[in-house]
Design a protein around this ligand. Structure first.
Ligand code: NAD
Length: 510
């Protein structure tokens, strides 16, 4: 049984999809897939609107984003209803991770973009006759493609950054959660955004591919490694910049001197929030042997106390996209077949009609198991004992992914040094999940976890072309390096080189 079902249609150009809730299987709506021609038309409208949008300046654009914050505050319950219907996640997670963080993103960039993207004058170290300015210009039209796990914030956050940098945006939200994606249209219409500044196209891979192929100036993609690779291939052929926020297999290292109570609470939250459907979920734990028994005991006890459901108070909702459930089951089965022990959970929840997998703790796992190597994207926490921290770091780095990581120790200096030794775009000491939530923190991956950074100053600048402008300071009829050439000029250059890099005074000035 699938939550997303194609509807039979006589017209192959007008495909439709029908939806049912992953939590209780109730029908929730239908969408029509938008074909490539409609994607191109949206991009064309965005292209036409971009110069006026950029001309509004930071203050003018910020006013619209700040109005959007007020709309979010007014409509929060209505929006949470839609997100919960699409995903089945607990209301508190829909509110905190999707709406609250969206308010923060809109307000943060509205308030700070002008300072972050202000023209800079840089001092020039050798050629003192020149002045150097660096300016940040919008790239133009940004195409944004997003996944289903946090369908609102992962669409809103890059959009807020692209808009504040002076770009117009065409968004293609995930076809798995289209109604949450569509909330952005409602939001920006209610905020009074001028026509064509933000547009949304609904559809699946075909619509996404059409957006990448279209006349957009940059692609901001969040999703799986598999799709990210395809997007990058097309962008490479078209020489189009792209930011790729891809999957993870985040390691957690528990040192012997960790606060085990906090570490166990962190492991359970990091592995099971949003039912493990987070790019920076804690997907594998390496715990130092001397504290492993106590740590594992605490994690099992806390995991067994978690509640799953579709109504009322609960911590874990369903698996949002049913095919993901098959990946989760495959990873657990492979682990058990190769000697892992299920300490709690380990199966679909038989008491729920929807797509629920019980929060699962595995021990006796080995590094070569699928559950330790590939992204599970579900509520499964494999824990492995290691003799010491050095081995934990070695195993943490033995991965094709490198998104986030966490280190747990009472010694913050040691924690920071261990974090530095981990090959990841982000890392956390004595916490988890927080990297994307700290708006200042540049977020992104190394290795197969992605290319580029979102958020903070780096993220905002990634929606700009950096232009350098060199200005001559003193004038004069010619420059010493211009024509005509002569032996005298050649010897002068040689003497100058000897002075600058061959004498102590020159090196001081260089
Ligand atoms: P996905 O790659 O299947 O889909 C992502 C988006 O790409 C969807 O909108 C989809 O319609 C679109 N798409 C599919 N094929 C396309 C194509 N050929 N060209 C253009 N667009 C195409 O990913 P998903 O299953 O929706 O999301 C889960 C994945 O996203 C996980 O791997 C997770 O780790 C990752 N993710 C990463 C981050 C991050 O910030 N690093 C955040 C959230 C999720």
């Amino acid at each position: 049984m699938a939550v997303v079902e194609p509807i039979e249609s006589a017209d192959p150009q007008r495909r439709r999809l029908r939806y049912r809730s992953p939590a209780n299987l109730e029908p929730i709506g239908e969408i029509e897939i938008q074909p490539a021609a409609e994607v191109r038309a949206a991009v064309e409208r965005a292209r036409k609107s971009q110069p006026q949008w950029a001309a509004l300046g930071f203050e003018g654009r910020a006013r619209f984003l700040q109005r959007a914050v007020q709309v979010l505050l007014e409509r929060q319950d209505e929006y949470v209803d839609v997100i919960v219907r699409d995903t089945g996640k607990p209301r508190i997670e829909a509110l905190a991770a999707e709406i609250l963080s969206s308010c923060d993103a809109l307000q943060y960039y509205a308030k700070r973009a002008e300072r972050i993207l202000a023209d800079r004058t840089l001092s020039v170290h050798l050629v003192k006759s020149k002045k150097l300015k660096v300016v940040y210009k919008p790239v133009g039209v940004v195409g944004i493609i997003t996944p289903w796990n946090y369908p609102f914030i992962l669409s809103l956050n890059p959009t807020a950054q692209a808009l504040m940098a002076g770009n117009t945006v065409v968004l293609k939200p995930s076809e798995v959660t289209p109604f949450s994606g569509a909330l952005l249209r409602d939001l920006f219409e209610a905020a009074g955004l001028p026509e064509g500044v933000f547009d949304l196209v609904q559809g699946d891979a075909e619509t996404g591919a059409a957006l990448v192929e279209s006349d957009v100036d940059k692609i901001s993609f969040t999703g799986s490694v598999r799709t990210g690779r395809r997007v990058a291939e097309t962008c490479g052929r078209l020489l189009k910049p792209c930011t790729l926020e891809l999957g993870g297999k985040d390691p957690m290292i528990v040192c012997a001197d960790a606060d085990l109570e906090r570490a166990a609470n962190g492991a359970v939250y990091g592995a099971f929030v949003n039912s493990g459907q987070v790019c920076m979920s804690t997907e594998r734990v390496y715990v130092v042997d001397s504290v492993a028994d106590e740590f594992i005991g605490k994690v099992i006890e806390k995991t067994a106390a978690l509640r799953q459901g579709a109504e009322g108070e609960f911590e874990l909702g369903p698996i949002i996209w049913p095919p993901q459930l098959e990946v989760i089951e495959r990873h657990v089965k492979d682990a058990v077949d190769h000697g892992a022990v299920v300490r709690t959970g380990g199966r679909r929840n038989p008491d729920e009609p929807g797509f629920f997998f019980e929060p699962t703790v595995l021990t006796e796992v080995t590094q070569d198991m699928e559950v330790m190597r590939d992204e599970t994207f579900g509520p499964v926490l494999p824990i492995m004992r290691v003799p010491d921290e050095a081995e934990a770091v070695r195993l943490a780095n033995d991965s094709s992914y490198g998104l986030n990581a966490s280190v747990w120790t009472r010694d913050k200096h040691k924690g920071t040094e261990l974090a530095k030794a981990i090959e990841s775009g982000c890392a956390v000491v004595n916490d988890c999940m927080i990297s994307y939530g700290l708006t200042e923190s540049p977020f992104g991956g190394v290795k197969e976890s992605g290319i580029g950074r979102v958020n903070g100053e780096l993220g905002l600048k990634s929606y700009c072309h950096t232009q350098s402008i060199v200005i001559d300071r003193f004038g004069g009829k010619s420059e010493s390096m211009w024509f005509p050439y002569s032996l005298k000029k050649l010897n002068l250059i040689k003497r100058m080189m000897r002075f600058i890099w061959g004498t102590p005074l020159g090196r001081l000035l260089s």
